[in-house]
Ligand binder design. Structure first.
Ligand code: SF4
Length: 355
């Protein structure tokens, strides 16, 4: 089985208000970063059938830099090669170039099609720019395009969410990730009392999530993970590796790896990443335990957990959740319902599958 390769590109023009991902705004380091990424990737002998440029903002690298990094990767046939893009950092020409370089899946950080929400989040693009970028990507040949949207952001209403989803339904998308806003400690959002007070309460958040699930399903985006929806056969193969507890390498500062049963990460320091012959490694924990596998597969709403892999006690508790409408049993597997997805952490505890 091939492993996945994640490449963390730690550059952003400006930090969004809610974000705590590792990134820097000094774009002059991009060339040195590229060389370091190539150096590290060249040392790996494995072939990859999924490659994922995440960030940060990978689309801040030039098409030549993306191409240089990709030429160091040993790519298996029919590999999925994804790249996250910000709508305001791509031109049609750039999209053509990265398509020629081998990128075959794009993931746009759209977040909302409502300009006031985008402003609140500190995003640099408008709804119109996001629409134009997605259409442009499709017109240059991309057939696998995803958009991220956010739920329960400050000031969002069911109506504004419905409008965003309506726009999304008109675009040539094959995949949608719908994440709930999480207030991360240390971010500007976490210190902004007004914005915090405008975050929808728990009940409204639950309603928005269920609205998104139903609306996306009515547009043929089938839910396959708590926050992910895809048209038939367009599930993100790279992210499926995470949830199926399969192995992957992570390159770049803050990137995580799971190799030979060990989970580790590269420290969040771009200067060290650039100067080191081999990127740093901080061991996190051993991965791949049965309970970790069960916990991750619970996230997969189409696959779920096979009943035969559950202890008698866990299966008995899962049956109780079926009665409550929080799980369903199909083909001898227990799967979360959309209502169950809303309380997945409590369900993990109730089922006794905490790693
Ligand atoms: S959300 Fe994306 S673009 Fe915004 S700061 Fe975080 S990584 Fe950068």
């Amino acid at each position: 089985m091939f492993k996945g390769l994640y490449i963390h590109v730690p550059f952003c023009i400006k930090k969004c208000r809610y974000c705590d991902f590792y990134s820097v705004t000094d774009l002059s380091l991009a060339e040195k970063y590229t060389k370091a990424a190539v150096r590290n990737i060249s040392q790996i002998t494995d072939k990859f059938d999924t490659v994922y440029f995440g960030g940060g903002t990978p689309s801040l690298l030039s098409a030549e830099q993306i191409s240089e990094i990709l030429s160091a990767v040993k790519i298996a046939p029919n590999a999925e090669i994804s790249m996250e893009c910000n709508p305001n950092s791509v031109t049609e020409n750039y999209l053509k170039e990265i398509y020629s370089a081998g990128i075959n899946r794009l993931s746009f950080g759209v977040q909302s099609f409502c300009d006031t929400e985008l402003k609140m989040l500190g995003r640099l693009h408008t709804a119109e720019e996001a629409i134009a970028a997605i259409n442009s990507a499709h017109s240059v040949g991309f057939e696998n395009i995803s958009a991220d949207i956010m739920l329960a952001v400050s000031g969002q209403t069911k109506e504004s969410l419905r409008q965003s989803l309506d726009v999304l339904g008109t675009l040539p998308l094959t995949h949608v990730s719908a994440y709930m806003l999480k207030v991360e400690e240390g971010t500007p959002l976490s210190r902004d009392k007004r914005l915090l007070s405008e975050i929808p309460d728990e009940d409204s958040t639950a309603e928005m999530y269920l609205l998104a699930v139903r609306k996306l399903e009515s547009m043929d985006f089938e839910q396959y993970e708590i926050s992910n929806f895809a048209k038939k056969n367009f599930e993100c193969r790279h992210n499926l590796k995470y949830w199926r507890c399969e192995e992957y390498y992570g390159i770049g500062p803050a990137a995580h790896s799971f190799v030979n049963g060990e989970r580790y990460c590269c420290p969040k320091n771009i200067a060290d990443f650039i100067s080191a012959e081999v990127q740093g490694k901080v061991t996190l924990e051993n991965g791949g335990s049965e309970s970790e596998k069960a916990m991750l597969s619970l996230r997969l709403t189409k696959e779920g957990i096979a009943a035969e892999k559950m202890s008698a006690e866990t299966a008995k508790n899962a049956e109780i959740l079926v009665q409550k409408g929080l799980m369903k049993k199909e083909q001898d597997s227990f799967k979360l319902t959309p209502e169950g997805c809303l309380v997945s952490n409590q369900i993990i505890i109730f089922l006794g599958i905490m790693p």
